[in-house]
Design a protein around this ligand. Structure first.
Ligand SMILES: Cc1cc2nc3c(=O)[nH]c(=O)nc-3n(C[C@H](O)[C@H](O)[C@H](O)COP(=O)(O)OP(=O)(O)OC[C@H]3O[C@@H](n4cnc5c(N)ncnc54)[C@H](O)[C@@H]3O)c2cc1C
Length: 469
């Protein structure tokens, strides 16, 4: 929030409403406390880290050293907390048990979190969206539901870190639910169901299709293959919209996030065994009943290709929930649905190198003064978000809200190169020597000029980026 606004009020802004008690929302609250602000965290779920708990069985590809925010660690340190070994890779449950749960329940943050409090609308006190004069001087009004009815909170600034997990993309290839998708819901799961343990009965010895080609789809296919080893009648079908399954194999040894590189390599080996039936170029249009099974079809209703399965797992990514921001002045990239300044860095149409230069308040600011997106929601529909990027975002945003513009503008994070360039052809566009050097030919000489060497080279040549456009 501009200093002029704080000055007009006679003091610095105090209350910061933080939407979501995920890793990034909790980190934002830790930074706000350190800066003497008053954070109030509103969390839809019954406990902090509600959505991380839903993928608790998934092994993370970033190790502890990349998963813990510094301000959060300082708060925890004061409680006698033992930091986990930096080089170990937790799963989601361990992330909750060893970090997020203690942070939310054993530090001063415990008095700042309101659980079972789902934000339903945000406005500006006394101002509808049209009204401009004096708008920035009034606090935000945040409506939320906590089971007792509608509650309301006033805040000087808002950080929306409410994630995307609760709004998964549908199966339909055109971005709309496939015809019949809703009726098929009893046999459709979204995201990454725990096929090996919690949901084992549902999937063992069944014919299961997984739709998607990102990390979630790959992880679920690997787990299903393990399930098949124990329950041999399990049949696995991989449905992918693209024509090239090998794109899902990722950056392998070039990925500095070693565990993520290894996931792609393990998947490539698994596909080579033939345990998984592959249906590429499969753009789901219809889902209908077929006896006890679902008939998942690509193309028009009664023709073209179809598979019949007992269960369908849709892992086609996530999108931000924007309905409750109707009265907030926001500006988003029309394709990625992220703040416009971020789009050129993360748009998978341009490149999909996971390497995104660190960014903060400046890139995340919105036309509504004092309102910021943070965390995975700030990436809109792009799939490459890393927790540590979110921690740097909220460090910068909170500094800006507190009026420390110098700290807000500073970059305090070095991100690993990922080597994952799965855009339409960047790797092929490089010489062997270049591609062996790392992500799209290695890091950019000037990080402000592009995400990697090939990105800068392509832009110098007048292309959109990464040599793939
Ligand atoms: C399976 C999986 C594995 C991942 N592995 C890694 C990894 O290894 N390393 C890495 O860096 N990143 C990883 N990520 C990406 C990302 O870092 C995580 O998704 C991370 O949890 C994002 O944190 P967040 O705080 O932005 O959002 P979330 O963790 O999703 O938290 C958002 C919170 O907001 C709450 N909420 C939602 N709507 C509302 C509302 N209207 N009102 C109030 N509260 C609301 C939710 O209940 C949730 O608790 C992974 C993601 C997934 C899905």
């Amino acid at each position: 929030m501009p200093d002029s606004i704080a000055a007009a009020r006679g003091s610095r802004p105090r209350t910061v409403a933080i939407l979501g008690a995920g890793p990034v929302g909790l980190a934002a609250a830790a930074h706000a406390l350190e800066r003497g602000l008053e954070p109030v965290v509103l969390e839809a779920g019954p406990q902090a880290a509600h959505t991380v708990r839903q993928w608790g069985h998934v092994r993370m590809f970033s190790s502890w050293q990349h998963n813990i925010d510094k301000a959060a660690a300082r708060l925890l340190g004061a409680t006698g907390w033992n930091a986990p070994p930096p080089g170990d890779y937790p799963d989601g449950n361990e992330l909750v048990e060893r970090y997020l749960e203690p942070l939310a329940t054993r530090t001063p943050l415990k008095h700042r979190i309101r659980t079972s409090s789902r934000v339903t609308a945000i406005g500006r006190a006394g101002f509808d969206k049209m009204k401009s004069n004096g708008r920035a001087f009034e606090p935000f009004t945040i409506r939320y539901q906590n089971g007792k009815g509608a509650e309301q909170l006033a805040a000087d600034a808002v950080i929306d870190a409410s994630g995307t997990w609760l709004s998964p993309n549908p199966a339909g290839a055109d971005g709309l639910p496939a015809i019949g998708e809703e009726a098929g819901h009893p046999q459709i799961a979204y995201g990454m169901p725990d096929v090996l343990a919690g949901k084992r009965e549902r999937y063992a010895n069944k014919r299961v299709a997984v739709l998607g080609a990102g990390h979630s789809a790959v992880g679920t296919l690997i787990d299903l293959a393990r399930l098949k080893d124990e329950a041999p009648a399990t049949e696995i079908v991989w449905l992918l919209r693209g024509e090239k399954p090998e794109k899902a194999f990722g950056g392998g040894a070039n990925d500095q996030l070693v565990a993520r590189g290894a996931l792609g390599a393990a998947f490539a080996a698994l596909v080579a065994t033939g345990k998984i039936a592959i249906e590429s170029g499969f753009k789901v249009s219809h889902i209908t009943r077929y006896g006890a099974r679902l008939r998942v079809a690509t193309g028009r209703a009664q023709c073209c290709r179809a598979v019949a399965v007992d269960e369908l797992v849709v892992a086609t990514g996530f999108r931000p929930q924007l309905d409750f921001l109707r009265e907030v002045r926001i500006e988003l990239d029309p394709a990625v649905e992220c703040p416009p300044a971020l789009a050129p860095l993360i748009d998978p149409n341009v490149h999909s190198c996971g390497t995104v230069r660190p960014h903060g308040a400046r890139e995340l600011a919105q036309p509504e003064p004092g309102f910021y997106f943070a965390g995975i929601k700030s990436y809109g529909r792009a799939p490459t978000f890393l927790m540590m990027t979110g921690y740097e975002q909220v460090r910068s945003i909170v500094a800006e809200i507190a009026g420390d513009h110098e700290a807000a503008a500073r970059v305090e994070l070095v991100l690993p190169e990922t080597g994952v360039c799965s855009g339409p052809g960047p790797v092929a566009a490089l010489s062997d020597a270049d591609s062996a050097a790392g992500c799209c030919g290695g890091p950019a000489p000037d990080p402000a000029a592009g995400c990697c060497a090939a990105d800068v080279k392509a832009k110098d040549e007048g292309k959109k980026g990464c040599g793939c456009s």
